[in-house]
Design a protein around this ligand. Structure first.
Ligand SMILES: [Zn+2]
Length: 263
């Protein structure tokens, strides 16, 4: 009986595997305009302060989809701990009518994101990353969040609410906390998106993701099956391998590719 159950879970995981790659907007990666850059393309602009001394995180949310304050507070703290921004990191909230409350492709996130942008990502001495909180779902409904280019992420609250189980362990709020930090972790180039880590912490079956379930970059964080992998406590922090990668990129000891800007 136990064995059958295990096979059942194994099958479920196998069936979900192709869906999990959606987190990086992989269906649209070939279609990314070169000027937008790939996720991780503005990693050095964040880790270095020689040009970009401040950072803005522009949160564009559909009415009713304002992120939890715990999520944005946590994101600000995580970015402050890794990015070099002497003039500060500021979060800016804008209610936005995206005129799409159904399904989103990676291209939709880029196009409607571009229309909503207050400023370009590289403007003067300020680096701006944009996070959409739209109504509706990604075209792959198992995806809770997606990073679609060097500066743009979307978080799908409707799917996060659906991912919460009846026990609310973990709660939708906790899932949102982790998914937001996870997607912005992709903008920081994690894991191995624009470099090769000296540590073996990329999951061999889930490119771009950590194999450590204690890292917020763990591959199951982006998926609607998240509640099958965690009981209540979800990882919300970068682990030591993630942090070592970011320090190596910052001090130049790890080679960084595909950058839209270099110190
Ligand atoms: Zn991911």
């Amino acid at each position: 009986m136990e064995r059958l159950r295990r096979i059942g879970i194994g099958l479920l995981v196998l069936l979900l595997l192709p869906a999990l790659s959606g987190c990086l907007g992989s269906d649209g990666i070939l279609g990314i305009p070169e000027s937008n850059g790939v996720p991780g393309g503005l990693t050095l602009a964040c880790l270095d302060s020689s040009k970009y001394t401040s950072m803005t995180v522009e949160i564009d949310y559909e009415a009713g989809y304002l992120p939890e304050s715990t999520s944005t507070d946590m994101l600000k703290q995580r970015l402050e701990s890794v990015c070099d921004k002497p003039d500060g990191i500021n979060i800016q909230f804008t209610e936005t009518d995206f005129s799409n409350d159904e399904t989103w492709s990676a291209n939709d996130v880029r196009d409607l994101g571009d229309e909503a942008k207050a400023v370009s990502p590289q403007s003067g001495s300020t680096l701006t990353w944009q996070i959409l909180f739209p109504a509706g779902t990604y075209d792959d409904t198992s995806v809770l969040g997606v990073a679609v280019d060097a500066s743009t992420v979307a978080i799908f609250k409707d799917s996060i609410d659906d991912a919460e189980n009846i026990f609310r362990r973990p709660s939708a709020e906790k899932i949102e906390n982790s998914v937001l930090v996870h997607e912005v972790g992709h903008l920081l180039g994690l894991v191995n998106l624009v470099y090769t880590s000296p540590a073996e912490h990329e999951d061999s079956s889930h490119p771009g993701h950590s194999n450590n379930e204690d890292s917020v970059m763990y591959w199951a964080i982006e998926s609607s099956s998240i509640a099958n992998f965690f009981d209540n406590d979800l990882p919300t922090e970068f682990d030591s391998d993630d942090l070592n990668d970011l320090s190596g990129l910052a001090d130049g000891s790890i080679k960084c590719t595909d950058q839209l800007w270099r110190p």
